[in-house]
Write a protein that binds this ligand. Structure first.
Ligand SMILES: *Cc1c(COP(=O)(O)O)cnc(C)c1O
Length: 447
């Protein structure tokens, strides 16, 4: 086979190409995803395109459930809709047995439309509209109260419609990780959480069935979860002892990290991030040792998002052009921008090329296609020399990108699911001008 031509270059020697973890394998080309070639995915669905692996989603889910269920008898996961609420994705989690965790009326309706039973929807968030609350009461959903104004509103509504609301409160506390997330829920240390609990128990039409927390996201400390679990257990036991009110479930929220590498981290995420079984161990040991009698152990609910889907998502893109910046650095312009890769704000994603490339690498700035100075996907990454039309894969992009993406300058790309048998399915079309203008209206005088 004829070798590919590469222009000659003069380059500074990089020392330390081999480190204590061995040589760099992240430069090897990745030519297929779950058995489908990147070339075919691009020719069938265009570029850029998001690809999700159903196999990996199910594997992640099952291993997370196993980590908890082998350590604690009663466990329930609830899929965090905002992490990725494409219906195909939600349906996979629901098929696996996951409930739904939603944070808005829109997400609540999405869960209902996906066939989730009302009593298997957890309704979180500071912004629940009156109509949403009424529906949630009628459907026996688990309403997690965020603030006193919501509590008073719920008391009014439940009395007016004469129906019982099933509620939990969200609690925030000092878990030893700073800055603490104290903007959601009721504070433990200053007594606010206990006050809320007492008010709920005094209210006739509201049943306090659970306690909830969600202490942060991409949490690297397992002990923070032990502290959180301990404090929730204390509240639950106090509820039982002082108010004869048994708490049926403790919801420890989400926040477990995926194996992405945070910006500024010295070592890659795969080598440093605790596995989900370490979080499971910290949480379940704490609950089991906190003093519940064995017939009164609460159900343990988890609302994991990113850890269950990040590594099942890929973004395939293509090189538009290469150029030299005025300071001599190499720049490569990709056909996807930071508007569809929101998590590039926090992560240095693994980026691989999708075809054979030369062995020489050069420090490169990866730009997106937007006509905006801030559209930088990566300030600096070592990549082989790429040519116009070459494909790259950005790895571990399954969480948050497909919900936080922003339509700007270009249409948002298609999303493809590869099923367990290696067949691809379009699960969200690429947007069109027609779709975008559907919401617009032109006043008569401008026609
Ligand atoms: C976003 C969110 C989750 C999921 O968080 P991850 O960090 O993705 O696991 C769970 N619960 C609540 C209340 C949330 O807001």
């Amino acid at each position: 086979m004829k070798q590919k031509y590469e222009r000659p270059t003069i380059r500074k020697m990089n020392s330390g190409l081999m480190n204590k973890f061995g040589s760099r394998t992240d430069l090897d080309p990745v030519k297929e995803i779950d058995g489908i070639s990147v070339k075919n995915l691009v020719s069938d669905y265009g570029s850029p395109v998001f690809v999700l692996s159903e196999k990996q989603i199910r594997r992640n889910y099952q291993s997370a459930v196993r980590s908890f269920k082998t350590r604690y008898p009663k466990v329930q996961f609830a899929w965090s809709y905002k992490t990725n609420y494409l219906n195909a994705v939600c349906k996979i989690f629901h098929q696996e047995g996951s409930w739904a965790e939603v944070v808005s009326g829109f997400e609540y309706h999405k869960a209902l439309n996906n066939g989730v039973l009302g009593n298997q929807i957890i309704f979180n968030g500071p912004d629940k509209k009156e109509a949403d609350l009424i529906l949630a009461i009628e459907k026996h959903s688990l309403i997690h109260i965020d603030h006193f104004d919501e509590l008073y509103q719920l008391i009014r509504i439940s009395e007016r419609i004469n129906k019982k609301a099933k509620v939990a409160i969200r609690v925030n506390f000092d878990t030893g990780v700073y800055p603490a997330w104290d903007r959601f829920g009721f504070n433990y240390e200053n007594g606010q959480a206990w006050t809320a609990i007492s008010k709920i128990i005094a209210a006739e039409k509201i049943d306090l069935v659970g306690l909830h927390c969600h202490i942060g996201t991409f949490m690297l400390s397992t002990s923070a979860y032990a502290v959180a679990a301990k404090k929730l257990c204390d509240l639950a036991l106090r509820c039982k002892n002082e108010h004869q009110n048994s708490i049926q479930y403790l919801d420890l929220g989400g926040g477990f990290p995926s194996t992405n590498t945070l910006k500024g981290a010295y070592l890659p995420g795969v080598d440093t991030v605790p596995g989900i079984e370490e979080f499971a161990e910290a949480i379940t040991t704490t609950i089991l040792e906190s003093g519940f009698s064995s017939d009164e152990l609460p159900l343990l609910i988890l609302e994991s998002g990113r850890v269950l889907i990040d590594d099942a998502g890929y973004l395939i893109g293509s090189v538009i052009a290469n150029k030299r910046l005025s300071d001599g650095r190499r720049a490569t312009i990709m056909d996807f921008g930071m508007n569809v890769l929101f998590t590039s704000n926090w992560y240095n994603h693994k980026v691989t090329v999708a075809q054979d490339a030369g062995q020489y690498t050069e420090e490169t700035v990866l730009f997106g296609p937007l006509c905006m100075n801030i559209d930088v996907i990566r300030e600096s990454i070592n990549l082989p020399l790429l040519e116009t039309g070459d494909h790259v894969i950005v790895h571990k992009v399954g969480a948050y990108n497909m919900t936080q993406w922003m339509q700007f300058i270009n249409m948002r790309p298609a999303v493809v699911l590869i099923d367990q048998h290696g067949k691809s399915h379009l699960i969200r079309k690429q947007e069109t001008l027609e779709y975008l203008e559907m919401m617009e209206q032109l006043p008569d005088y401008l026609k």
